[in-house]
Design a protein around this ligand. Structure first.
Ligand SMILES: *[C@@H]1O[C@H](CO)[C@@H](O)[C@H](O)[C@H]1NC(C)=O
Ligand SMILES: *[C@@H]1O[C@H](CO)[C@@H](O)[C@H](O)[C@H]1NC(C)=O
Length: 200
């Protein structure tokens, strides 16, 4: 499944503007895009707990993932809640995952989900067709996010040279109620892939 490389890649690009960019491509390993996080406590769930995935399709077309269809929210979320997200990038090195320099957090995901200045807009939300109808609902239970067919474009410009190879982006999403309490369960998923340096 697809959903959200968003948070994570934002990360990478935040630093842009500092120096000459180095061009990379992130080739997603799993055709379904998202993989459950490993070794999590029982209050941490996978994406399928948060979205009905029965109307979304993803397919690998030779290293590029093509997405089409819809995601319907099953979130335990009220309009007075806030959604916070973090994305951390790890690199696989000597048989273990080690944190990279890239990470980020977003305090209020709903307010910037369809913001054109966000990098996940390019990767994902620009392809949502019914933004007008759903923008104010964010992920209210039952909200259907309708996508045009698109190819996930994971060309990323990094401000520095970083080792290529196997990487993963780990995204954690929490719904915080109006009293500041995190609702259970929490969402965690990973996007595994290969970071490839592009030489022009
Ligand atoms: C997505 O939702 C739209 C509107 O409800 C529907 O017409 C379409 O068939 C759905 N797509 C899939 C792949 O189910
Ligand atoms: C979402 O709505 C469905 C249908 O009304 C309901 O069965 C389900 O319990 C709701 N889920 C949450 C998390 O509120």
């Amino acid at each position: 499944m697809f959903n959200k490389c968003l948070l994570a890649f934002e990360v990478l690009i935040l630093l842009q503007g500092f120096a000459t960019a180095v061009n990379y491509r992130f080739e997603i390993e799993n055709e379904e895009i998202m993989t459950p996080c490993q070794n999590q406590p029982s209050n941490v769930k996978d994406i399928t707990e948060f979205f009905d995935m029965s109307e979304i399709q993803t397919k690998d077309a030779g290293g590029k993932i093509i997405v089409s269809g819809n995601l319907t929210s099953k979130f335990n979320f009220q309009l007075t809640d806030r959604i916070q997200g973090t994305g951390k990038v790890y690199r696989y090195e000597r048989r273990e995952w080690v944190p990279s320099l890239f990470s980020m957090s977003v305090q209020d995901v709903c307010s910037v989900l369809y913001d054109e200045r966000q990098h996940w807009y390019r990767f994902w939300t620009q392809h949502v067709l019914n933004v007008k109808d759903i923008k104010s609902k964010c992920v209210l239970n039952g909200t259907k996010i309708i996508h045009e067919q698109f190819e996930v474009d994971l060309n990323v410009d990094l401000p520095l040279v970083t080792p290529a190879g196997q990487h993963k982006l780990v995204i954690v999403i929490e719904v915080v109620d109006e009293f500041g309490k995190v609702r259970e369960p929490t969402l965690c998923f990973e996007i595994l892939g290969e970071l490839i340096r592009k030489f022009k």
